[in-house]
Design a protein around this ligand. Structure first.
Ligand code: PFF
Length: 451
């Protein structure tokens, strides 16, 4: 008999793929991937990125999901139970503890940035109904960052949206939301790509993204590609382990994993094909992206183009949706843990977890104004939190998951969870998580610390 999760179960393979792809597709795909591509040699970066997804991302994704499915609990308790079941050290539950801390830290600034996308959506919505347009995009963005009240308002709205979904549970909350939002996201993106095609600069964007310039591939390109593969696939903080806990036994992890990675990568490429034609059309530089590209450069193009209000609304609506389905996957593991460990109901647990994240988010949002002088290691508060959580804790988490799945977890368990792989593919997966993935991830970490 298949063990069921007390939190509920995905109703089908599609539900799981939508939820996990919803986690993977986020702010990372829509602003980070396009500018990383442009800064790192266009097509060559795309090729290296795809190789990283295949060589490191996919194997670790399989590992996280299979551990979760075997344990059927929140990551920490899954790992503790596995320790009891197979006799290995309980210390491996540290992967779950560290993952939960990373999830809370990442969500604390992710929610503030998602709040910006809500603010911009609201501005375009007002413009649609006759309000003033964004005339000076740089000033609009500057004013937003300088206003703790506005930032707090949108951060709170976004956290409430996230808590609301998680509080409703796996089927009624998470699954229903991703079933609605993921197709919406795809439609919005296709509309935007359609506009890109109509600009006459689509060919230039395609050439930019897909013509490899191998002379630009060096250690730092590899590093950027590997880091992006991690962040984009939501790996290293046991979020995929939490989602794996709700996966029915008959669903093939390798097939679902490949579908998730393809969706994540496909959407990143489509985002590039939506953004670059608009930038080229207005003679703007695609490099030096980051927050600036999306929140200042792009709105300047929207202000000049026909139907720019609709484009702006669709674009920032898309970003909000993408951020929303990612943020629920960040709040789910702490919520599930509280449900298992305390007397609190799911609603109370989601609210408590969300309240902690909301409070931590104040560090990020005050760091942009009141505490803008505060610097940690040369970074502002948001930058420092992002650096510690995503650049250090995620790769470290991924490294530990990989070693755990390859060397510690009983081979019978991993074999049993991946029956769809023939012996050759299973061995390839196993040696990848034992040796190849850890070495590559170690390489990123060492670079971070020494650089
Ligand atoms: N994958 C998300 C993105 O690309 O924006 C970010 C993220 C979500 C990272 C959830 C980690 C996570 F658990």
């Amino acid at each position: 008999m298949d063990k069921q999760s007390v939190h509920g179960m995905w109703s089908s393979r599609t539900a799981f793929i939508l939820a996990a792809a919803g986690s993977a597709v986020g702010l990372g795909n829509i602003w980070r991937f396009p500018y990383l591509t442009s800064d790192n040699g266009g097509g060559a970066f795309v090729l290296v990125y795809l190789a990283c997804i295949a060589a490191v991302g996919l194997p670790i994704l399989f590992a996280e999901v299979l551990i979760g499915r075997h344990g059927r609990q929140s990551p920490i308790n899954t790992l503790l139970n596995l320790a009891r079941e197979t006799g290995h050290s309980k210390a491996w539950a540290a992967i779950g503890v560290m993952g939960m801390i990373s999830a809370i830290l990442i969500l604390s600034f992710y929610s503030v940035v998602a709040g910006w996308t809500l603010h911009y959506s609201w501005l375009y919505l007002q413009q649609l109904f006759g309000g003033a347009g964004i005339e000076d995009a740089g000033a609009t963005f500057g004013d937003l960052l300088a206003s703790p009240g506005t930032l707090l308002f949108w951060h709170s709205v976004f956290m409430l949206l996230t808590i609301g979904v998680v509080a409703l549970g796996v089927e009624k909350g998470l699954e229903r939301t991703v079933r609605l939002l993921m197709p919406t996201l795809l439609i919005l993106l296709l509309v935007l790509v359609g506009y890109g095609i109509s600009t006459g600069y689509f060919g230039q964007a395609v050439a930019f993204l897909f013509t490899p310039d191998f002379s630009k591939v060096d250690g730092s390109v590899l590093l950027a590609a590997l880091g992006q593969a991690f962040f984009s696939l939501s790996l290293g903080l046991a979020g995929m382990m939490a989602y794996g806990a709700y996966l029915p036994r008959n669903v093939s992890i390798p097939h679902a994993g490949v579908a998730i990675a393809l969706t994540d990568t496909g959407i990143a490429l489509l985002a590039g094909l939506a953004i670059f034609p608009v930038l080229f059309n207005f003679g703007m530089s695609p490099t030096g992206g980051g927050p600036g590209l999306i929140f200042t450069t792009l709105p300047m193009a929207f202000a000049d183009m026909w139907g720019g209000v609709f484009y702006g609304l669709a674009f920032f609506g898309l970003l909000t949706v993408a951020a929303w389905t990612s943020s629920i996957s960040l709040l789910e593991p702490p919520t599930a843990y509280l449900v298992e460990r305390t007397e609190l109901t799911r609603r109370q647990s989601a609210l408590l977890g969300g309240a902690v994240v909301w409070l931590l988010g104040l560090l990020t949002l005050l760091g942009f104004n009141v505490w803008s002088e505060v610097k940690i290691g040369g970074r502002d508060l948001q930058g420092a939190i992002e650096f510690v959580a995503s650049d250090i804790m995620l790769p470290l988490g991924g490294l530990l998951v990989s070693l755990y799945a390859g060397w510690v977890l009983d081979k019978r368990i991993t074999h049993n969870e991946l029956p769809q792989l023939n012996e050759g593919l299973y061995q390839a997966w196993r040696w990848t998580v034992r040796v190849i993935a850890p070495l590559l991830v170690l390489y990123i970490l060492v670079n971070k610390f020494s650089g």
